[in-house]
Design a protein around this ligand. Sequence first.
Ligand code: NAD
Ligand code: AHE
Ligand code: ZN
Ligand code: ZN
Length: 369
Amino acid sequence: MKSRAAVAFGPGKPLEIVEIDVAPPQRGEVLVQITHTGVCHTDAFTLSGDDPEGLFPAVLGHEGAGIVVEVGEGVTSLKPGDHVIPLYTAECRECKFCLSGKTNLCQKVRATQGKGVMPDGTSRFSYEGKPLYHYMGCSTFSEYSVVNEISLAKINPAAPHEKVCLLGCGVTTGLGAVHNTAKVKEGDTVAVFGLGGIGLAVIQGAVQAKAGRIIAVDTNPNKFVLASAMGATDCVNPKDYDKPIQDVIVELTDGGVDFSFECIGNVHVMRAALECCHKGWGESIIIGVAGAGQEISTRPFQLVTGRVWRGSAFGGVKGRTQLPGMVEDAMSGKIDLDPFVTHTLPLERINEAFDLMHEGKSIRTVIHF
Ligand code: NAD
Ligand code: AHE
Ligand code: ZN
Ligand code: ZN
């Protein structure tokens, strides 16, 4: 079938809106009509050429919501008409990772997903007869996408897609990092580095957990208005100080924070986030994605003296099991998605969403088809 899509033809180039061909879903696959998609910094990261797994030409996008159109052979958990959120972290419920009870990082389709193809090694997308790569198992920048059954969370059909699409990545990642990875408790002191969609979701999670103090850090002071409105108790701009930001936060907090979250993808900030943690117990959670060749460093003494470095992918959330409940929480108001949707644009204007992000003007632009 034909589908309108925003295609990334090469690194650093704007997306091109073209009509692509989408092949029918094969065994275990599902054809989804994407109704809405957010634009996450990770899409921009891959488009920039910094992603070691980045492939071109590709259909990017991984923060969407849609409706099942057709199911392939052997698909039992979904039928046409079901409402879904595509998952870049699948949940097969049978691989070693799924059965471990220790991680959400299902590996059933991860290898082929990283190569931009479906599990049989081929693509369902083509343009002018040449294959296009899939992206993160989702490719939500196409009106029609083919997604593995195990990479789809079935959600309440009454859910507003123009908001709950953000549970496909950004908001779930931030909330989950607080509750599943860090396990923030009442009274804890938290520092959040980077106040985009992920950092603001960390703030919302920290408020839910009744954190005592939430220190929001960004080099763009315009981000402080929303961060404060969402519950940050302190806003700090590293540019306002002539000493390292970790020293500023350690002084502010009588020795450091209980938890810090890096929501930028900057390896120097990752170091600062670790080093602003309290001696003996402070934990720093890396959420940001750093470019090819980047490495983190600190003095081992930081770890010897009890600070802990962790990472979090998709907030540790098992998508098929937990996302439907998070959608219900968004519908009942326990999760507030409204502050994240700062802009709405049609697919044809998707490049403006990237511009708004790079200019620091948006939190999330939601694209409609
Ligand atoms: P964003 O661009 O909307 O926000 C980033 C924020 O960081 C901006 O407000 C920017 O002003 C701020 N910033 C940039 N440099 C800074 C610095 N040196 N010091 C302080 N603040 C600085 O991005 P986003 O969509 O919120 O994504 C944030 C990061 O999280 C990205 O790296 C993205 O790839 C990653 N991410 C990871 C996961 C995961 O599962 N681990 C999921 C989603 C996104
Ligand atoms: N492709 C990159 C890594 C990208 C990465 O870390 N992705 C995050 C999700 S970002 C969503 O906005 C993630 O979940 N990683 C776990 C995984 O299995 O990909 C690289 O460095 O190669
Ligand atoms: Zn994302
Ligand atoms: Zn699995």
